[in-house]
Design a protein around this ligand. Sequence first.
Ligand SMILES: *[C@@H]1O[C@H](CO)[C@@H](O)[C@H](O)[C@H]1NC(C)=O
Ligand SMILES: *[C@@H]1O[C@H](CO)[C@@H](O)[C@H](O)[C@H]1NC(C)=O
Ligand SMILES: *[C@@H]1O[C@H](CO)[C@@H](O)[C@H](O)[C@H]1NC(C)=O
Length: 403
Amino acid sequence: MLKFLGFFVVILLECSGFSINQRNNVCKKLEYYYIRDISPDCWYDPDVTATAYELAKNHGYKLDNYETVTEDGYILTVFRVSPKTKHCKGIVYLQHPAASSASIWLDLGNQSLAFLLADRGYDVWLGNFRGTTYSRKHTKLKPRERKYWDFSFHEMAMYDLPAMLHLVSKKTDFRDKIIYVGHSVGTTTAFIYASLLPANASAYVKTFIFWSPVTFPRHVKSIPLIIMAPFADFILVTINVYLLNSHQFPINTLIAGPDPHFSPARLPITIYQNFAGFSLKSTVHYLQLMRDKGRFQRFNYGKVKNKKLYGSVKPPFYPLKNINVSMTLMYGGNDYCAVKKDVLYTYNNRLPKSVRCGIFEIAPYNHFDFHYATDVKDLVYQKTIDIIDRVINGTYVEMCVAD
Ligand SMILES: *[C@@H]1O[C@H](CO)[C@@H](O)[C@H](O)[C@H]1NC(C)=O
Ligand SMILES: *[C@@H]1O[C@H](CO)[C@@H](O)[C@H](O)[C@H]1NC(C)=O
Ligand SMILES: *[C@@H]1O[C@H](CO)[C@@H](O)[C@H](O)[C@H]1NC(C)=O
C-alpha cells in the first residue's frame, strides 16, 4: 500500500511538472552533468532559464522596461534597474555584446555588474539591440521576414544607439550625461555612432568605457577563426580557445578539466543566456573587416552597389578622428577577437588624442572572460566601477570627469 502511494506521489509530481521544471541543471564538475539527476554535487539553479525580469527578481531587484522605436521602425526594449532611492550618483548605460541580450549584465546573481552599480547608487540602464530576445519587434516587419534581418551593426549604431540613449536621457530629464559601458559589438557600434554622429554622441554621452573593443581586426590570423569568428562571440571563443589557446573555457574545460578562470557551474547559464539573436549581415560585416585588413568601414556590397549607395567603389571608412567623446579601453591579453595589437593600434593611432582617457590590459582574459571568468568581479567589475566613481567624483583623467 505504502509503495503504491509512493509511486502515485512520484507520478503526481512528474505530472504537475514539479520534477521536470526543477531538475538539477547545474553541477560542480563537468563529469557530474552526466548523472546530474542523482549526483549530490548537482542542483537546480532557477537563474539558468530565467528571463531578465526573473533574474532581477530572484536577487531582490526589479527591472522596469521602456520601449522606443528607431527611425527605421525597430521597436527596442530598454531596461532600468528600478532605483531604490530618488537621488542617484550618475547614469550608467550598459550595452551587451553579440549574440546575447541585456540579461548578460544580470546573470551573475547579486554579483552582476548592473546590481553592483545599482547598490552603489547609480541609475542603471541596459540596452537591447534589434533582433535580440527583448527587442524583436518592428512597426511593419515580422521577425520571420528576411527583410527584418537586413541590418548589420552599422544600423545598430546609427539607429538603435541614438534611440536608446535618447530614451534614457528623456526619462532622466536630461539631468546628467550618460556613462556608457560596452562589450564587443557594444563597442564597435559605439565607435561608429561616435564617429558618424559626433554631435549626437556628445549631447548624450559623458564618457565611453569599452571592454574588448573591436574596430580593426587585423591580427586575427587563424583560418578557422577568420571563417568562424564573426558567427558569434560564443562560437568564436570556443573555437579560438580550442585551437589556439590550450588553457581556457569551455571546450578545453570539457577536455582538460577545470580551469582557473572558468567554473563548470557557470556553463548552463552561459549557454542559455547567450543565444539571443544576431543578424547574419552583422556576422558577414565582421568577416569583411577581417578580410579587408585594416579598413574599419561600412558594409561592402561589391563595386556596383557600393558606387550606387556610397558614391565610391570601396565602402567609406568610419572616421574615428571625428570622435568627440572621451573613451577608456579595457582588453584581454588572451583575446583573439579584440587582439591586443589591434586595440593598441586603435587607441594610439586612430583615436584623437583629446579623447583618450586610458587603456588597461586584463592580463589573462579572453573575449568571454569579461562576463564569465571566476575572478571577473575583482579584475573587471571593480576596475570599471572604480573608473565610473572617479568620473563622477572628479578624480579620473581630467577631460573624462563629469562636469
Ligand atoms: C549574494 O548571494 C550570495 C549567494 O546567493 C549570498 O550568500 C550573499 O549573502 C548575497 N549577498 C548579498 C549582499 O545579498
Ligand atoms: C565636442 O563636444 C563638446 C562638448 O562636449 C562641444 O563643446 C564641442 O563643440 C564639440 N566639438 C566638435 C568638433 O563637435
Ligand atoms: C573618488 O572615487 C575613488 C573610487 O571609488 C576613490 O578611491 C576616491 O577616494 C574618491 N575620491 C574622492 C575625492 O572622493
